[in-house]
Design a protein around this ligand. Structure first.
Ligand code: ZN
Length: 204
């Protein structure tokens, strides 16, 4: 399986990092070794002093597809999850300054937190307006709603599948809303989708 991530998919987040609002999705990949599952603790890597949380809705692909038309994109996923795209912001900024790829800062081991269980699309009140949030130590730090995405889930699937064949089990991280920030040892991260707790783990 592969993990495809969308960068800068919410206007307020693009602005908080002084990035331009993109006219097509910014994509990057993480390998399967990036996954952190089952509410396992996240260990801050020793080579970064500024690992940021980015809470994101995750789309789980459930059929093979290439060059998918936007109007058929809904057929390629049936479940939504929640996770964290951990980002070593200090390293990412150094790489960006040099015009180099971001991989080391984005795709490192355990940088892709995935919730233990996904929710079925049919169980959501509105598949085009999915609310989610991240609490750290009991305080809400990020809040998002898929209705505020620059590129909708269906648009993302159409765009991604022009370049990468989608396979069953692939995960698409759909971008983070504003409010990103550094995590520290001892933090407890809890993610909620439509008010339902999706993950709960510690930073060590
Ligand atoms: Zn992200």
């Amino acid at each position: 399986m592969k993990i495809i991530c969308v960068g800068r998919n919410y206007v307020a987040h693009a602005k908080e990092l002084n990035n331009e609002v993109p006219d097509e999705p910014v994509l990057f990949l993480k390998p399967d070794t990036a996954l952190l599952r089952n509410n396992d603790p996240f260990y801050i890597p020793e080579w970064s002093n500024d690992v940021h949380h980015e809470v994101e809705l995750i789309v789980k692909i459930n059929r093979l597809g290439k060059s998918i038309d936007k109007k058929f994109a809904y057929r390629y996923y049936g479940e939504i999850g929640l996770g964290i795209d951990f980002t070593a912001r200090d390293l990412q900024n150094r790489l960006k300054e040099k015009g180099l790829p971001w991989e080391k800062s984005k795709a490192f081991d355990h940088s892709a937190v995935v919730c233990p269980e996904f929710v079925k699309i049919e169980s959501l009140p509105d598949r085009t307006a999915i609310s989610f949030r991240l609490d750290i130590n009991g305080k809400t730090v990020q809040e998002g709603n898929s209705a505020l995405m620059i590129f909708s889930i269906d648009n993302i699937i159409a765009h991604v599948s022009k370049y990468f064949t989608l396979k069953i089990g692939d995960l698409i991280y759909t971008g983070t809303p504003a409010g990103v920030g550094a995590v520290k040892i001892g933090d407890r991260l809890e993610g909620f989708l439509e008010g339902k707790k999706m993950f709960d783990f510690l930073v060590k």
